[in-house]
Write a protein that binds this ligand. Structure first.
Ligand code: GDP
Length: 296
């Protein structure tokens, strides 16, 4: 996802690495190119400005350690700022609550919400040995509940039996009852999506959230949609309040801008990234590792 950004940045920073002494002019020039590279990667303009200002402020006049070249210092500062921009520490899904712990999945249609629901369920079941129940609250798309049932069969995760004619709230309450009765640790609620953010969708999800008090509300966003993904996340967070973000299609050839600006724009952590269509194609988001990958 970051390939072209990595190439651009290493070009800029390599130039610096070879220099003996670093002047303010060097830093300003390098930051101009870093700025261009980040904008090309589709990072939000405000985020880019803030980022380059911070690096500049730290780099100009920085005391250069004897063991490194001035250029290496700048690379280190860029790395540290990238990590900070990405959210510093990895933030896994938080299950520290009384069972059944609720995870509400929200997002636009086609973002990968249902697939991610199954991936998380698969991981919690097989890696963390949790007893997981999946429930589809999507009563708008006729096949949605059936789609989740099939995914449950494929991944070996329990799904809430389908009862025709129930509304999302009724299904959510039934899921809670079933989970308590069945001794489940976690309930993952998949919700209906829309092609665009609209009031009706937001109201519906907000009502469900108010009724079930999920411990996590995860916004699923498609990284290939770049800044749209960031705007979608902002809208959902504003209307509903999310606890974290899952960025899907990180295996695709997106330009990385969504991953880079998401945290800075929304203030919410990217918790997981989807890296393929298989059940295990889900990874924790580690800001440090991502920054190293970006810097090559
Ligand atoms: P929903 O409408 O948001 O529930 O979207 P779906 O879960 O049905 O996913 C839409 C398509 O995206 C499916 O074909 C998924 O296999 C695919 N998909 C989901 N996540 C990823 C991912 O991380 N990488 C790739 N390559 N495909 C994904």
């Amino acid at each position: 996802m970051f390939q072209s950004l990595t190439e651009r940045l290493s070009g800029v920073l390599d130039k610096l690495t070879r220099r003996g002494a670093l002047t303010e002019g060097d830093v300003v020039e390098a930051m101009r190119e870093v700025r261009r590279a980040l904008l090309e990667a589709d990072v939000a303009l405000d985020v880019v400005k803030d980022f380059t200002e911070k690096v500049k402020a730290k780099a100009v006049g920085a005391e250069v350690l004897r063991s490194v070249t001035p250029g290496q210092m700048v690379v280190k500062i860029v790395n540290d700022e990238l990590v900070a921009m990405l959210g510093s520490d990895a933030q896994p899904i938080d299950l520290h609550a009384a069972p059944p712990v609720g995870i509400l999945m929200v997002g636009l249609q086609g973002s990968g919400k249902t697939t991610t629901t199954a991936k998380i369920a698969y991981r919690l079941t097989n890696r963390d040995r949790k007893k997981v129940l999946m429930a589809s609250l999507d009563t708008r798309r006729p096949a949605a509940q059936e789609q989740l049932r099939v995914l449950g069969e494929q991944t070996g995760v329990a799904t809430l039996p389908i009862i025709a004619g129930q509304n999302p709230l009724q299904i959510a309450r039934r899921a809670e009852d079933a989970a308590k009765l069945g001794g489940f640790d976690v309930i993952i609620y998949d919700t209906a999506g829309r092609v665009t953010v609209d009031e009706e969708l937001m109201d519906e999800v907000r009502d469900v959230k108010a009724a079930i008090h999920p411990h996590e509300v995860l916004l699923v966003a498609d990284s290939l949609t770049g800044q749209d993904a960031v705007n979608t996340a902002k809208a959902f967070d504003g209307h509903i309040g999310v606890t974290g973000i899952v960025l899907t299609r990180a295996d695709g050839d997106g330009r990385g801008g969504a991953a880079l600006s998401m945290r800075a724009v929304t203030g919410k952590p990217i918790k997981l990234i989807g890296v393929g269509e298989k059940w295990d194609a889900l990874e924790d988001f580690h800001p440090g590792r991502i920054a190293s990958r970006i810097l090559g």
